[in-house]
Design a protein around this ligand. Structure first.
Ligand SMILES: Nc1nc2c(ncn2[C@@H]2O[C@H](COP(=O)(O)OP(=O)(O)OP(=O)(O)O)[C@@H](O)[C@H]2O)c(=O)[nH]1
Ligand SMILES: [Mg+2]
Length: 278
């Protein structure tokens, strides 16, 4: 077993490790994405831990997938559509969520599962906004505080929610641009909030999350006049790693784009009211 290697075009394969070279063995296909991203193929850090590390990760991820499938079945049985909301810290998930609840909460029964390392601050911010129920999952019991929600954590959060009374479950994941995308939790769709303060190159540097997203909400556009952020460059970087993502330009602060986001959410579950009524 070697190192799992994911290309920008979505193809993947495993490199066998060559202990003499300190590098993966030669293989018969080019790396068109090498050069575009810092992936230069030095896997020497995996020499000592590679085999064990990958075996443990595979076991962990397959166990996670098993629980995620079970979560998905429970949600489907209760008629609940679930959206996993991810971003780096502070991109605007909670602010967008509050606006979403204010806009849709009285017509769509929305449950919120708040993933947070140590606090219930985000859940507190959502009080009174229109959620049918809110459940908080703290990840601090993990090694130093887990940087993501996994399927087992979401299962425990779901157990504290009245699923039959919900139409939609929005899971606010822990703020992190890497780990949340690696763990399915039983969701039907994945949404990502990206703030324009983060830089145009982020889709290339953190392709896994951008590639995993069904929708990318490009947030904080109210700040664009104060930044040198190049929207076209960002969009072309995003399309290079994920050409299928739906893109919504938004400001959770001003409310711009929130209607389009709510319409996207409503379309996920063919929820009533129809998007034009939201
Ligand atoms: N200017 C501006 N600020 C925003 C916008 N959306 C969120 N913010 C601010 O950005 C900060 C972080 O927003 P949050 O909604 O807490 O971000 P988050 O992604 O939930 O953060 P974590 O849960 O810590 O990962 C807050 O000060 C918000 O008021 C926006 O559209 N424009
Ligand atoms: Mg938050």
């Amino acid at each position: 077993m070697g190192r799992f290697h994911l290309h920008a075009d979505g193809t993947d394969h495993v490199h066998e490790l060559d202990p003499d070279a300190g590098h993966h063995q030669d293989h018969d296909h080019p790396h068109p994405d090498a050069g575009k991203t810092p992936e230069v193929g030095d896997h020497s850090g995996y020499l000592e831990t590679g085999q064990t590390r990958i075996t443990i990760l595979e076991n962990l991820l397959s166990e996670n997938d098993r629980v995620a499938d079970d979560n998905g079945r429970r949600l489907a049985a209760a008629g609940v559509r679930a959206v996993n909301l991810m971003s780096s810290p502070g991109a605007g998930k909670t602010t967008l969520l509050r606006k979403t609840l204010e806009r849709m909460g009285d017509v769509v029964r929305i449950g919120v599962l708040e993933g947070d390392i140590a606090t219930s601050l985000d859940a507190d911010q959502l009080q009174g906004a229109g959620a049918t129920a809110i459940s908080v999952v703290n990840t601090s019991a993990g090694f130093g505080g887990e940087c993501h929600l996994d399927a087992v954590m979401v299962r425990s959060g779901m157990e504290r929610l009245p699923l039959p009374e919900l139409d939609l479950l929005i899971i606010e994941n822990v703020g992190n641009l890497v780990c949340p995308a690696e763990f399915r939790v039983g969701e039907d769709a994945r949404a990502m909030v990206f703030a324009v303060t983060e830089g145009e190159e982020k889709p290339l540097k953190y392709p896994v999350m951008f590639r995993a997203a069904d929708v990318v909400v490009v947030n904080k556009i109210d700040l664009l006049p104060h930044l040198d952020f190049d929207v076209d460059l960002f969009l072309s970087n995003l399309k290079a790693v994920n050409p299928r993502a739906h893109i919504i330009m938004a400001s959770a602060r001003s409310g711009e784009g929130v209607e389009e986001w709510c319409a996207w959410l409503a379309a996920q579950g063919e929820l009533e009211p129809t998007p034009s009524q939201v």
